[in-house]
Design a protein around this ligand. Structure first.
Ligand code: S3P
Length: 180
């Protein structure tokens, strides 16, 4: 029987808003020569609408449907860096899809650090509130059990992009080696 070439898995980045999924993902993509895709970009491209517009006009449940559709699409890829929106972990089916051909890394940071990183940004509907730090704290607590389902947790507070990437690259290379 012919030996089947195994597909190269995806590196999947999950984690709360502002934990660095996009920044780390884009850099990893360049360094590892793997293509980069972001579920939020897929949603905006396919619907031809901004995320904030979908949230304000159709509501969060409608956004989550589009997000699951984007997850189904990107989970079929291989050899990609897949960055996801912060709430992707909330649906178990999203995690099942992403894990099919992916190793899931959850980027983490403290609430204070996240607040410092996002306070001057305005594109995240869920953080458009006068007391964003309190909101971040309560959402982090609520979502913790979901983020904990990732294969690896990666703390980013006090770490440089280089350090975070070195860890992800090491773990990823080992899992690819072990699966051969
Ligand atoms: C969300 C995170 C956002 C985006 C949407 C909802 C969330 O993505 O998907 O605003 O529920 O945490 P980022 O994590 O890339 O900001």
């Amino acid at each position: 029987m012919e030996r089947q070439e195994k597909k190269t898995p995806n590196i999947v980045l999950v984690g709360f808003m502002g934990t660095g999924k996009t920044s780390i993902g884009r850099r990893l993509s360049t360094q590892l020569r793997m293509r980069y895709v972001d579920t939020d970009d897929v949603i905006e491209r396919d619907s031809q609408r901004r995320i904030s517009d979908i949230f304000s006009k159709d509501g969060e449940p409608a956004f989550r449907e589009l997000e699951s559709e984007a997850v189904r699409q990107v989970s079929k890829l291989d050899n990609h860096i897949i960055s996801t929106g912060g709430g992707v972990v909330l649906k178990e089916t999203n995690m099942v899809e992403l894990r099919r051909n992916g190793i899931i890394f959850c980027l983490t940071a403290t609430a204070e650090e996240i607040y410092q990183r996002v306070r001057h940004q305005s594109h995240r509907p869920l953080l458009q509130t006068p007391d964003a730090l309190t909101k971040i704290r309560s959402m982090l607590e609520e979502r913790h059990p979901y983020y904990a389902k990732a294969d690896y947790m990666v703390e980013t507070t006090g770490r440089s992009f280089g350090e975070v990437m070195a860890y992800i690259k090491r773990v990823f290379a080992k899992s690819v080696r072990d699966s051969k």
